[in-house]
Design a protein around this ligand. Structure first.
Ligand SMILES: NC(=O)c1ccc[n+]([C@@H]2O[C@H](COP(=O)([O-])OP(=O)(O)OC[C@H]3O[C@@H](n4cnc5c(N)ncnc54)[C@H](O)[C@@H]3O)[C@@H](O)[C@H]2O)c1
Ligand SMILES: [Zn+2]
Length: 366
């Protein structure tokens, strides 16, 4: 972590009806946290929430930057993203005498961010939240947009709130310690942004795959910035998912079902979304909405990014059941985001089970 910041950080604003949220992106941004927090009036009582694994890697740097702090460390892993873990946060805050002017600084991936964020949304009816995302997925997706929450034993992300972070400090230098598979998982979400809104981004990932994996800042930082801009733009126009925000769910209908039927053990989130994007593209081709060469370009890029866990043994009936249960079924209709070209999507609400079944057969499930 000794590389000097080579460029000024980029600022992106999320302007929603509730609370404004400012995102700073750039190598070395974490070292500027004290200034960023001060300039956005984040209170002086700050509670860092992280996990032992992340703190072991980056705690020293953050302690140096933020001053001596006793972090609230949450057990690492999706299975701890639950209300018991949130209770641990409440307990630590209450014991330390936190008040309405206190702030939570969530340092970690989406699990820490969602859990700590839910704690911030609910403690004393809401205290200031700052995200310092340390996975690529958290940097381009989960730290932006204000969705926070935890899982229930009966389903994922069922307990939650909207709580915009006051500040998001995205430092791509954190990604140097991220395992390749976690990095790839986030990269599929970057590909998603390309498909829904930017052919340029899509093409750059395809062309510069090696440089991206090498965390070359000249390629990686702009890819993160563009992804963040796309999400921030969508969220600013539609914070509560009235319509437009649904395009962010491209690939997530089948993707979520894949995660659910494999009990969240087989796939990293992005890997399931990679399959979900292939399914959505295939469905679009079958409907005549997308040219087959566009689907092939997507399949080629996904293949190029690395192997995905197998799906040949998964039951189509179970996936269909999972799709039905998905939160995106509104009044019995399945809203489905399909690509019409790389860089543009539309939402359709008349997708039938038979269509999905045919797609899953072609993807190779049984
Ligand atoms: N709120 C939202 O809008 C939103 C959007 C997408 C996903 N999510 C949620 O995000 C979660 C997934 O997030 P994730 O993919 O970041 O997973 P994660 O938080 O589980 O992190 C993945 C792993 O990487 C480790 N890690 C984190 N930073 C590291 C670093 N810099 N170096 C080395 N290891 C590091 C973690 O300890 C963990 O083991 C899911 O719970 C999902 O529901 C939320
Ligand atoms: Zn996702």
């Amino acid at each position: 972590m000794s590389t000097p910041p080579h460029k000024d950080p980029i600022r992106v604003d999320v302007t929603t009806g509730s609370h404004p949220s400012t995102i700073w992106i750039g190598d070395g941004v974490a070292d500027r946290l004290p200034d960023l927090l001060a300039s956005h009036n984040v209170g002086a009582r700050r509670f860092v929430v992280s996990s032992p694994a992340i703190w072991k890697l980056h705690g020293e740097q953050l302690t140096r930057v933020l001053g001596a702090t006793e972090p609230i460390l949450l057990p690492d892993g999706e299975r701890y993203k639950n209300t018991q873990t949130v209770s641990k946060i409440y307990e630590a805050l209450i014991r330390a005498g936190a008040d309405r002017g206190s702030a939570i600084i969530a340092v970690g991936g989406g699990v820490v961010g969602d859990t700590a964020g839910f704690g911030a949304a609910t403690f004393l009816r809401g205290i200031t939240l700052v995200h310092v995302p340390t996975t690529l997925l958290a940097q381009v997706d989960s730290s932006i947009g204000g969705k926070v929450g935890v899982n229930h034993t009966l389903g994922k992300n069922l307990i939650g709130a909207f709580h915009q972070p006051a500040v998001v400090a995205i430092d791509p230098l954190f990604l140097r310690t991220l395992p390749r598979r976690e990095f790839r998982s986030g990269l599929y979400e970057v590909v998603k942004y390309g498909v829904i809104a930017s052919r340029g981004l899509f093409d750059r990932i395809a062309r510069e795959t090696k440089a991206i994996f090498a965390r070359d800042p000249d390629v990686l930082v702009p890819a993160i910035v563009e992804s963040v801009q796309i999400k921030a733009d969508v969220v600013s126009k539609d914070e509560r998912e009235g319509g437009l925000r649904r395009i962010l769910n491209f690939g997530h209908t089948v993707g979520h079902a894949l995660e659910a039927v494999t009990k969240y053990r087989r796939f990293r989130h992005g890997e399931a979304i990679a399959y979900g994007m292939l399914a959505a593209a295939d469905l679009a081709v079958a409907r005549g909405a997308l040219a087959d060469r566009e689907r092939q370009a997507l399949a080629q890029l996904i293949a190029q990014l690395g192997p995905l866990p197998p799906i040949g043994d998964l039951s189509i009936d179970e996936i269909i059941e999972g799709v039905r249960r998905d939160k995106k079924v509104v009044h019995g209709k399945l809203h489905f985001v399909i690509a019409i070209e790389i860089g543009a999507t539309m939402t359709v609400d008349d997708v039938t089970e038979d269509e999905i079944r045919a797609v899953l057969v072609r993807l190779g499930m049984k």
